[in-house]
Design a protein around this ligand. Structure first.
Ligand code: UDX
Length: 458
């Protein structure tokens, strides 16, 4: 079909790193493109495909290989082995996929790649395609990694404050954990720092953020890259008035206990419930888990706690039964529906970037308990820049004690100080909506991208 006249305006292939926190924002971006008549092919690993619980209908799904089709990352001897095999086998199988689509008269125009898979850029260029980088983390975090990549931040860090133009002064603990904890995950650090490798060369650079949220950082990054914010990529039914009828949620790797959560939330008073979740990857140590359990109990508030099946054994014995009146523990929930519920009063979060943006966009105050990677930087911004939450203070062993959890919850939910946080949360909710609304900063950036796809340079 001729572009612009037939079924679609252009064809983009989306290449996410195969974890929930990266698939969600890329898919939601894809949905906004699809709404503008861009055909979308989603490339996922064979293993991820075999574990998927939901299949979005607005994309064509194709598989590539990470070299571990039977078990994914868990079947690799080390992360290094996984990363290297995925780079090689992923690039080979993606090339074959592009060739096959071309032969089917369904050629791809642009690869939108997750910079964790920076080889996506090489494949695009070898195939003569446009390449768009899609950062799934904040501009602030990308900017920090850029300065490490350029050697302008030297590792290991000293105790001095870190000054980067466009960012507030940072203590080492405010940088991503892979940076401030020397040698903690060398391969992951390499992968994260190398995300910025193609920053100047890619045809577009997108970030799941919005201009008003990170204005100073984005303006400062303009010296070396024109990043285009296209977020928050919250599913349309929660935020985007243009797509209100679209009820399709996305692609879930875990099965949510939707009915149980909704039923339970319906019984609770407005703004009374604490929602607790540490995302799809973070592992909470047994001692920390116990303190959190004690803190929630001592708060004497109602709570909905997501404890993934792999973490369940760390809960105190009989805890769920003992607290069944006050708390509901589930292995996965429909997080956006939970955050959007009027019963929600506060979110105890690890500050993964999606969770942070989702809470900001739905006006939910946060208690930040960062675990690793970019979460410490997100927590810094939540507490000190956007002021929509408070960051917990760990003790000298790095554990956030029950008393500290109670203190933070009282501050955010009950006291006068919490009022400012609640007002800010509402302010950011409004601004997030405006960014994706017709003519908003993110909406305009997406329009410009689609228009450029329809009129490629000759
Ligand atoms: C990872 C990293 O850990 C994070 O720091 C990075 O910014 C993105 O990738 P993850 O730890 O899973 O992500 O956290 P987060 O970014 O918050 O993403 C989790 C996603 O799962 C969110 O979109 C959230 O809505 C969803 N979720 C979480 C559910 O749908 N149900 C749940 O029960 C828990």
């Amino acid at each position: 079909m001729e572009k612009g006249k037939g079924d679609y305006n252009a064809h983009c292939l989306i290449l996410p790193y195969p974890i929930q926190g990266h698939i969600n924002p890329m898919l939601q971006f894809a949905k906004r493109l699809r709404h503008r008549r861009v055909k979308i092919t989603l490339a996922v690993t064979k293993f991820l495909y075999s574990t998927m619980q939901e299949f979005p209908e607005f994309v064509s799904i194709e598989t590539i290989s990470d070299g571990f089709d039977e078990g994914g990352r868990a079947h690799a001897g080390s992360f290094e082995e996984y990363f290297e095999t995925f780079s090689r086998v992923g690039a080979e199988t993606l090339m074959k996929l592009l060739e096959r689509l071309k032969n089917l008269d369904c050629a791809v125009d642009c690869i939108i790649f997750d910079p964790f898979l920076s080889w996506g850029f090489d494949v695009a260029k070898k195939s003569g395609l446009l390449a768009a980088l899609f950062f799934t983390q904040s501009c602030a975090v990308d900017n920090i990694y850029y300065h490490v990549y350029k050697g302008e931040i030297k590792l290991p860090l000293s105790d001095d404050e870190i000054i980067i133009h466009g960012l507030p002064p940072l203590e080492p603990k405010d940088t991503p954990s892979l940076i401030y904890i020397p040698g903690s995950h060398p391969t992951a650090l390499k992968m994260l720092v190398n995300q910025v490798e193609h920053l100047g060369e890619a045809d577009w650079t997108f970030v799941n953020s919005f201009y008003e949220l990170e204005q100073e950082v984005i303006d400062s990054m303009a010296k070396f890259s024109h990043v285009k914010t296209i977020g928050p990529t919250i599913p349309s039914m929660f935020i985007d008035k243009q797509l209100q009828d679209d009820k399709e949620y996305g692609l879930s790797i875990f099965k949510p206990n939707t009915d149980a959560c909704k039923k339970w939330l319906e019984q609770q008073a407005p703004c009374s419930v604490i929602y607790v979740s540490f995302g799809s990857l973070s592992e909470v140590g047994p001692e920390q888990m116990e303190e959190l359990a004690k803190g929630l109990k001592a708060s004497n508030k109602y709570f909905l706690w997501v404890v993934r099946a792999s973490e369940e054994s760390k809960l105190p014995k009989n805890y769920a039964e003992e607290l069944s009146e006050k708390g509901l523990i589930v292995s996965w929930c429909p997080q956006l529906e939970v955050l959007a519920h009027e019963a929600l009063g506060c979110f105890i979060t690890h500050c993964g970037w999606n969770s942070t943006l989702e809470a900001l966009s739905l006006g939910v105050p946060m208690v930040a308990m960062p675990c690793w990677t970019d979460q410490s930087t997100n927590a810094k911004f939540v507490s000190d820049v956007w002021k929509t939450g408070i960051r917990t203070l760990p003790d000298e062993k790095g554990i956030v004690r029950d008393t500290e959890i109670v203190r933070c919850l009282e501050l955010v939910m009950d006291r006068e100080e919490g009022k400012e946080i609640q007002t800010n949360a509402i302010k950011w909710k409004k601004m997030a909506r405006e960014a994706v609304d017709k003519g908003g900063s993110s909406d305009t950036n997406i329009d410009e991208f689609v228009s450029a796809l329809m009129n490629p340079p000759i």
